[in-house]
Design a protein around this ligand. Structure first.
Ligand SMILES: *[C@@H]1O[C@H](CO)[C@@H](O)[C@H](O)[C@H]1NC(C)=O
Ligand SMILES: *[C@@H]1O[C@H](CO)[C@@H](O)[C@H](O)[C@H]1NC(C)=O
Length: 354
């Protein structure tokens, strides 16, 4: 019969080989044209268009405006390539002689920051610290960008984070709040990579409208993206200053075997958030007793057997002192560091370690 004939089998093999050889020669981009359009940050062969990405800050008052300008000064100094965008209350003028106007102009002219006036999103929540926190979520509305990286401004940037803009597409990427009960898998909105979109912003607006009095930006983001967010490693993208005071570093390190080395952890970290309750935020003068009672203790130095390893304490004091110096330099605003009792060489140490 024909099907079993030797000639037919030979012909079949020949045809199959011909098809394979032809397929092999179809250029790869023929198949690429069948897939969805490439996400800008994801096409590894294309030159990255950094103007599609931006670091964003939101500002609700003068102290936070200074914090944000300080972060932009750092990004500029570190040579970060993405755009910089500040969302500030439309009531602030960028023209007059006010402190706010001078800071906004400095951000624009010296650090290449784009100015976006916005309406502060506040609600009558019990705690005023958080009352304006919904404003952060306006990052989802910055649809002139493919991606924005929102960073809480009560922080220090230790290394640029441009690589985050090139992550695989996702509505939101953010780290876990490693300092909370890990089993709850709470995500932290201190560092939040967002793909702005009209559809996502509509969902956000609906959540804000429906939010009860104890619901803040972090709850909204956790609610909406619990099962779809891309999780960023909190190490090195979200380190709390309080980690240098802690006696248990397992959660931050992510394992219980690795020895804690404060200098290595500082070198590795890219973003450091000031969180040291009851020590106040670094632009607020701290009473000497509060610092004395809460600063990190020195650790045992295995060489001497005595409490001689004071690196964690010096890093911690140095970070607060560094913040105060930059606040003076960038914003011309003073913070008294009397309570820090910083030794003359602490800050020098800090930057040698980095
Ligand atoms: C969101 O963005 C649109 C377009 O830029 C703007 O018209 C609107 O006012 C923004 N919404 C808020 C709440 O800022
Ligand atoms: C340290 O923290 C981890 C979880 O973060 C916990 O499992 C462990 O029991 C703690 N160790 C001590 C000595 O408290």
């Amino acid at each position: 019969m024909l099907v079993t004939s030797k000639a037919f089998r030979t012909l079949t093999v020949f045809v199959c080989m011909l098809v394979l050889v032809t397929l092999w020669q179809i250029p790869l981009n023929h198949f690429q044209s069948l897939s969805p359009p490439a996400f800008h940050g994801h096409d590894l062969t294309a030159k990255v268009d950094w103007s599609r990405f931006a670091y964003t800050q939101y500002v609700t008052n003068t102290a936070y405006l200074c914090n944000s300008v300080m972060l932009f000064e750092t990004l500029n100094r570190l040579g970060s390539r993405a755009d910089r965008l500040i969302m500030y209350p439309a009531e602030f003028s960028a023209q007059d002689d006010s402190v706010e106007a001078k800071l906004l102009r400095k951000a624009r002219d010296e650090y290449g920051v784009k100015l976006a006036p916005i309406e502060v999103q506040s609600r009558n929540t019990a705690d005023t610290t958080w009352a304006n926190s919904y404003t952060k979520l306006l990052a989802f509305n910055q649809t002139q960008y493919d991606r924005v990286l929102s960073l809480d401004s009560d922080s220090t940037i230790l290394q640029a984070m441009d690589e985050l803009f090139l992550l695989p597409p996702c509505a939101v990427a953010l780290p876990r709040a490693y300092w909370l009960n890990f089993d709850d898998r709470v995500m932290s909105s201190q560092v939040m990579l967002v793909q702005p979109s009209a559809a996502e912003f509509r969902r956000i607006e609906q959540s804000i409208a429906a939010a009860g009095s104890n619901v803040y930006d972090m709850e909204i983001v956790n609610d909406l993206y619990r099962d779809s967010a891309l999780i960023l490693p909190h190490r090195p993208y979200d380190l709390l200053t309080g980690e240098f005071r802690s006696k248990n570093h397992t959660a931050y390190l992510g394992n219980s075997l690795e020895p804690w080395d404060p200098v290595e952890i500082l070198r590795e970290a890219k973003f450091l958030h000031f969180s040291d309750w009851p020590v106040p935020k670094p632009w607020i003068e701290a009473p000497e007793t509060v610092i004395a009672e809460n600063k990190p203790e020195c650790d045992v130095d295995p060489q001497t057997g005595r409490y001689d390893d004071c690196r964690a304490r010096d890093i911690w004091l140095g970070l607060y002192d560094d913040f105060a110096r930059r606040r003076q330099g960038v914003c011309d605003m003073a913070v008294s560091t009397k309570g820090l009792a910083v030794r003359q060489d602490t800050v020098k140490h800090l930057w040698t370690w980095l």
